[in-house]
Write a protein that binds this ligand. Structure first.
Ligand SMILES: Cc1cc2nc3c(=O)[nH]c(=O)nc-3n(C[C@H](O)[C@H](O)[C@H](O)COP(=O)(O)OP(=O)(O)OC[C@H]3O[C@@H](n4cnc5c(N)ncnc54)[C@H](O)[C@@H]3O)c2cc1C
Ligand code: FES
Ligand code: FES
Length: 1334
């Protein structure tokens, strides 16, 4: 260990090195520069270490400069195979798959504290002295699951399983800090982890079962503290108390963890960690002019990529500076710069209940809880947040809002140790190079006439930055009509880069009476005029943000001057109240048939929740394995002129640059297989760039980070650049269509039917794109065989197509390719054809390099390069009776296919346009629109989800035209048995009308409609709506799956291989249940293996909801064959046990394995219909446009469900994915380049737990065997998505109630997705309406 900071820059030649020196005095050293010989003095700071030591799951690790200082904990855990259960996806703190818990010394409390953190944001060298626990440290099926893991299994909270380790770690870390939480606290804590599969209900139920106020029916109950760490100690054989964990460096040093100064000199950059302010100042002085960055939580990089630690030569970790942890609340509030947002929240909360304390603490505590997620807040310091605002003035900073609202002062220190104090406005313009924020002083207000409130409105209730964040600080004389005593503070974020205060409005209001309606109006006009929001495609519209600024001010006034308001106005002063959610699931199960029909969790669940279930990127690396990544286009419509990879190839660790011309002779540059009219799509652009994000080339490198950096260094030039066409409406205007995709379908005589109808309407409706957002990205791992073939492990939903694609690219026979899939971390249709892009490229790289290659698309590339759910635009004309019965419907449905018509699925328009409604006369004209966007892809309920929304919008339009309740119009049109769909299918089995009336009764629909009306009368600025939506969804059973069942002669156990893909839907569990039922054996004997293009050759893709049924059909066939072979032996035996029978058959040479290839039978060939209905009630905050779902009652005909637990999981998850489509997700493109702007978790926001209906009731229809389904069952994969439109129509009714207040209750179109800004605009909210109602 060196006695001083080893690297010092020579003042003469500027070379940094470590001079050998002798000490003079007071820490001053002198020495000669090793480069130029110049003799100079420098100040030594402290002894430093050049390694960090930490533990993971009790094992100690010491790392030094063999890793780059930019290495994240996640990268290290995964690359060193220490924890592959810790997943990675977004690498920006926005998905939570990477959560770990860490125990570290926390100077605020002077104790060791456990926190859940995002390992993708934590830098490896931050971990000095930390005790890290990963999912592997909790439990596993062999040694026993941890209670949190077990509950997630028991509650069926793991579908694809990719998010499950993160969900477990989130709860584990939380329980460590709060072992006796309430349900509300648990639910609040689930703000860090996205799950695309489950819809969260089972995850929340599992976790809320630990709450002290959990209901008795919620099995489990709170844990004793010792059960939280129940691992058995190898030494004592008793539950581990962590007393004999390996000693860390900090145990050796008496100081707190991580208190040793560090200096790690890497090849590329240095990591420095001072532990005193003095040492930090010395570093600031030394490196103030260098390319340096301070690091606390490193979460800033999650927001701004230029803060990525690899961008800096010097990284200075300030976590060790003890002076920065001040926390004082009296006589003034002083907070040190190193207080995390969690520290702040806890401080605000701790003091909130004390009436003598600072009045704004409760409001601030509530506010901070909404910033980022608990795991980010655990890492992030407030000073870092302010610094983001400092460097990016347009950053919507919640901390800035809070601190500036109360007029905080910041203390700043420079390299000389000189202190200065600035207010926040001046801070923004202060040069902070070589300086550090030390602390902030927050004023206290001793009088009770100070009113401080803050508000934030965001795209999503959790883990979402604000559209607009506002803070108000007014000193008012209540007795003088709320006269504003001194200049108030009105702070806004999210307007533009320079507006932080509404200064003109502040001036105007000074001395005025806020309770005077005329003053209020004048203030609103002034505010509206001075709010000039910037306009950028990625942001909410300027009009909305301007309106929101006025609405939030009005909210503050309603809240503060509540006495002045009419009662029905008062609820406008608060946001939407969301109590803890609850849910009920009701279903029947015939025990006599178990394990068929048995509600049971997934077979793999225990392996998924403990991180042992492997996904492609978790496979152990072979010694020679390399990584590949794509170079993608940044222009959407141009010619690829040239690519210069020289800079990339010059990087150490970069092996190869591969482009289209490297495809072997005879190979095909396409990742699609030419079946069923599918057209070729290049996986490496050969000249014409069709969309921004298109793969142009491949970089092969030693590790993923090097590959990504190198890919970004390839210089690409374009020629003939044209403005890309990414907007569907513009494309329609330009008639940019794919010709001949599908001819119109005419049934009856729609023109005449419409013309002769009593009532006629025309209209349009639109719905958007949806990213699949599977948490495991598109991945491939390919290794050349020793016989000229290729072994492929990848994330395809279609092993057959992927094998064909690889064979065609490499120009080798398909039999030379083996594609294997064990499980997928979600797919939702994106991994059907689109996986060929990643796997095909990976196979090419492996072929060229003659080494195993892994190509795991980074999350951002995945969002940019892969198409999404097709957006639709429809024009319609409808003729109907006075009663609302449909006579004739003519619809032209445009679907934006992107750059290729592959996967257009426009046939779904024909199949779904009628939904559950009978009409004799139809014209349906599908038009495939061509744009410069990635070819859009199947997405759970492809075509059907948008079509369903179009139909329901038409029904809504009919109802409004007639002044009827939409549910009445829907009901008069419901199909009855024997009627024929426009697709020509006779409904021999149709129970939709009965199902709807059952649901109406069970949900109390009619009574609740009246309650909603009463609520709307009583509230001016909050409105509710309630909708009922029926669904008919046709299921075809035409796919083929190759199934193989083997019984092992030695022990009677059974293995199943099938061509379906397990991606969370539970196909493996269902086939095992069916096999156990058919053979009469326990489930424990059965294993389901991976799917392989060799053993399961010629299988169809796993799509269209029917994989589980059809593979089950194959299993039944196999079992029949096996039984027919075994029965003669059985008859010769006296009631043999299973193992005796199997053993005897084996001895007698009976073939104990069988295959089947599923072919639809005549009865099942035409498929069947799923029927379902839902009642949804929603509430809208009219002033902000925010909405929430109060309650959904869902009744679903699943036939005789093969497994009600899994099917309900599918129903809830599908419903939530649909909710995301309609309410929280929007894809945006850069109009100039065509690039996807919503390519990260910061802007693209799938639903989170608080998007769930507050009360969610799911019932499976009883006594409803499906006459043509496999074992009388029906599917639950895609139809539930359709039910999500009920949220839009409930919200629409609430909007109608708001419009009725201003005499505007006429029909309007509400396109999907319905964001807060769309709702607020539809409500026609204007500041001129903002009165006290008196
Ligand atoms: C997923 C996610 C969601 C988020 N959501 C929100 C949100 O809703 N609202 C919101 O306001 N913010 C949000 N943030 C931003 C977050 O609050 C900040 O990233 C965080 O506070 C930065 O703190 P840090 O400790 O991680 O800073 P770091 O990332 O370590 O540093 C950030 C910057 O601050 C500088 N810095 C750090 N400390 C000091 C200091 N004491 N003196 C001088 N410079 C310093 C660093 O040099 C660096 O330039 C979100 C972040 C993420 C990742
Ligand atoms: S990978 Fe860390 S939060 Fe997404
Ligand atoms: S189970 Fe949560 S993402 Fe699949």
């Amino acid at each position: 260990m060196l006695p001083f900071l080893p690297s010092v820059k020579c003042p003469a030649c500027d070379v940094s090195h470590t001079p050998l020196a002798g000490q003079l005095k007071n820490g001053v050293y002198a020495g000669s520069c090793q480069n130029c010989g110049y003799f100079f003095k420098f100040r030594a700071v402290e002894d430093t270490a050049d390694t960090v030591t930490f533990s993971v799951n009790g094992a100690q690790y010491t790392v030094g400069n063999e890793f780059d200082p930019a290495t994240s904990l996640n990268e290290w855990l995964r690359s060193q195979q220490v924890s592959t259960g810790t997943k990675q996806m977004c690498l920006e703190g926005g998905c939570g798959v990477c959560l770990v818990s860490v125990q570290l010394y926390e100077p605020v409390s002077g104790t060791k504290q456990v926190y859940t953190v995002n390992s993708c944001l934590v830098q490896l060298y931050m971990c000095d002295g930390w005790e890290v626990t990963t999912i592997e440290g909790l439990g596993n099926p062999a040694d026993g699951l941890h209670p949190v893991q077990q509950r997630l299994v028991d509650y069926n909270g793991s579908q694809c399983g990719f998010c499950s380790p993160g969900q477990v770690m989130n709860m584990y870390g939380f329980l460590q800090r709060n072992p006796k939480p309430t349900k509300q606290q648990v639910e609040d804590n689930f703000d860090a982890t996205i799950c695309r599969c489950t819809g969260y209900r089972p995850i929340l139920d599992a976790m809320k079962s630990f709450a002290v106020d959990t209901i008795p029916s919620q099995h489990g109950g709170p844990l004793d503290i010792e059960d939280l760490n129940p691992k058995v100690c190898k030494t004592t054989n008793k539950p581990c108390r962590r007393r004999c964990r390996p000693k860390t460096k900090d145990d050796a040093n008496t100081g707190p963890s991580g208190s040793v100064p560090l200096h790690i000199v890497g090849e590329r950059a240095q990591w420095l960690k001072p532990t005193t302010l003095q040492a930090l100042c010395a570093l600031l002085k030394q490196y103030g002019g260098a390319n340096y960055r301070l690091v606390f939580g490193n979460t800033g990089y999650g927001v701004y990529k230029e803060l990525g630690p690899w961008m800096y030569d010097i990284l200075i970790d300030i976590r060790g500076v003890q002076d920065f942890y001040r926390m004082e609340t009296s006589p003034s509030v002083v907070v040190g710069a190193n207080l995390s947002l969690t520290n702040l929240r806890e401080m605000f909360e701790r003091h909130a209940s004390d009436p003598s304390t600072v009045t704004y603490f409760p409001d601030f505590a509530r506010h901070v809880k909404q910033v980022a997620s608990n795991s980010v807040r655990n890492l992030a310091c407030w000073a870092g947040n302010l610094m983001l605002k400092h460097t990016h003035p347009d950053f919507v900073s919640d901390v800035f809002t809070l601190f500036e609202t109360v007029g905080a002062q910041l203390n700043i220190v420079d390299g000389e140790g000189k202190e200065s104090s600035v207010n926040l406005t001046d801070f923004l313009t202060t040069d902070l190079k070589g300086k550090v924020v030390v602390s902030a002083i927050l004023p206290t207000f001793s009088t009770d006439d100070v009113y401080i409130r803050t508000f934030r409105v965001a795209q999503r209730l959790q883990l979402s930055h604000g559209y607009v964040v506002a803070g108000f600080n007014f000193q008012l004389d209540k007795n003088d009509n709320f006269r504003v005593k001194v200049k108030p503070s009105i702070v806004f974020q999210g307007i533009n880069a320079t507006t932080n205060h509404a200064t003109t409005t502040e001036d105007f209001l000074t001395g005025k009476q806020l309770g005077d309606p005329a003053i209020l109006q004048e203030a609103l006009t002034t505010l509206g005029q001075e709010m000039k929001p910037s306009s950028e495609p990625i942001l909410a519209s300027p009009e909305y943000r301007q309106n929101l600024a006025c609405s939030l001010f009005y909210k503050f006034v309603l809240n503060t001057c509540a006495d002045k308001c009419q009662k029905r106005y008062q609820s406008g002063g608060t946001g939407l109240y969301r109590p803890v959610s609850s849910a009920v699931q009701t279903f029947d199960s015939r025990k006599e048939e178990w394990p068929l029909n048995q509600p049971m969790t997934k077979l793999d669940a225990a392996y998924q929740v403990c991180g042992e279930a492997r996904y492609v990127d978790d496979l152990p690396l072979e010694q020679t394995e390399l990584y590949a990544t794509f170079v993608i286009s940044t222009k959407g419509n141009a010619k690829l002129a040239s690519m210069d990879p020289s800079a990339a190839l010059a990087m150490s660790g970069v092996y190869k640059f591969i482009q289209a011309s490297d495809i072997p002779t005879g190979g095909t540059n396409s990742f699609t297989a030419p079946t069923g009219g599918i057209k070729p799509e290049e996986f490496l652009c050969s000249g014409q760039v069709l969309y921004a994000g298109q793969p142009l080339a491949i970089i092969v490198a030693a590790d993923p980070q090097t590959a990504e950096t190198a890919a970004s260094m390839v210089k690409v030039t374009y020629a003939d650049g044209q403005r890309p066409l990414s907007d569907m409406k513009e494309a329609i205007k330009q008639k940019s269509f794919f010709p001949g995709v599908l001819a119109p379908r005419v049934v009856g005589d729609p023109d005449q039917a419409i013309a002769q109808s009593a009532r006629r309407i025309t209209g349009t409706i639109e719905c958007g794109l949806q990213a699949h957002f599977h948490l495991e990205t598109q991945n491939g791992r390919c290794a050349p065989d020793d016989d000229g073939g290729m072994h492929v492990q990848c994330t395809t939903q279609d092993i057959g197509v992927t094998a064909q694609v690889v064979a065609r690219i490499l120009n080798i026979p398909q039999s030379a390719v083996t594609v294997e899939v064990k499980r997928l971390g979600g797919a939702f249709g994106a991994k059907n054809l689109r996986n060929g892009m990643a796997t095909g490229a990976c196979a090419l790289a492996a072929h060229i390099m003659r080494r195993p290659i892994r190509l795991c698309m980074n999350f951002h590339t995945n969002l940019k390069s892969v198409g999404k759910r097709h957006p639709y635009y429809a024009q319609y004309e409808i003729g109907f009776t006075e009663e609302g019965k449909l006579n004739g419907v003519s619809v032209t449905a445009y679907a934006n296919c992107g750059s290729s018509p592959n996967e257009n699925l426009m046939g779904a328009v024909f199949d779904n346009i009628d939904n559950a409604y009978h009409c004799e006369n139809w014209r349906v004209t599908p038009i495939a629109v061509k744009t410069n966007t990635a070819c859009n892809a199947s997405c759970r309920g492809p075509g059907s989800l948008p079509t369903h929304f179009i139909t329901e919008s038409m029904m809504d339009h009919v109802a409004k035209t007639l002044g009827k309740d939409p549910s009445d119009v829907r009901k008069v049109n419901l199909y009855t048995k024997g009627q024929v769909t426009p697709g020509g299918k006779r409904l021999d089995y149709c129970n939709i009308a009965a199902l709807v009336s059952q649901l109406e009764a069970s949900s109390g629909f009619q009574v609740r409609k009246q309650q909603v009306a009463l609520f709307n009368q009583a509230n001016r600025w909050k409105k509710r709506g309630i909708s009922m939506i029926p669904v008919r969804y046709g299921i075809g059973l035409g796919s083929h799956y190759n199934v193989f069942v083997a019984i092992y002669g030695s022990d009677g156990t059974i293995a199943i291989d099938h061509g379906g893909i397990e991606m969370g839907q539970g196909v493996n569990t269902k086939v095992a249940q069916v096999c156990a039922y058919e053979l009469g054996v326990p489930m424990s004997l059965i294993r389901v293996k991976k799917s392989s293009s060799t053993t399961n050759a010629n299988s169809s893709g796993s799509n269209s909801s029917h994989t589980s049924e059809l593979t089950a059909m194959g299993v039944i066939e196999c079992c029949k064959t096996l039984k027919s072979r075994m029965d003669p032996i059985r008859l010769q035996m006296d009631k043999p046990s299973w193992t005796q029978l199997v053993s005897e058959c084996y001895k007698k040479g009976v073939d104990l394995s069988a295959t089947a290839y599923t072919v639809a039978t005549s009865s099942s060939g035409s498929g069947y219909n799923v029927y379902a209905a839902i009642v949804t009630e929603a509430e809208v905050d009219i002033l902000t446009g925010q909405s929430q779902i109060l309650r959904s009652d869902l009744l679903y005909d699943c036939g005789e469900s093969l497994n009600p637990e899994l099917d309900i999981g599918q129903i809830e998850g599908g419903f939530m994915m649909g909710l995301g489509y309609h309410l929280t997700e929007k894809v945006k493109f850069d109009p100039t380049t065509g690039e996807v702007l919503t390519d990260g978790t910061w802007e693209y926001t799938p639903p989170m737990p608080k998007n769930l209906p507050i009360n969610f009731r799911v019932t499976l229809l009883k006594n409803a065997p499906n006459p043509v389904g496999v074992l009388r069952s029906k599917t639950a994969g895609e139809p539930p998505l359709m039910l999500s439109s009920s949220a839009v129509f409930a919200i629409k009714q609430a909007v109608e109630a708001a419009r009725a207040e201003i005499g505007q209750d006429v029909f309007f179109t509400l396109n999907s997705p319905v964001f807060a800004e769309d709702i607020q605009a539809a409500c026609m909210v204007k500041p001129s309406q903002f009165t006290f109602g008196q």
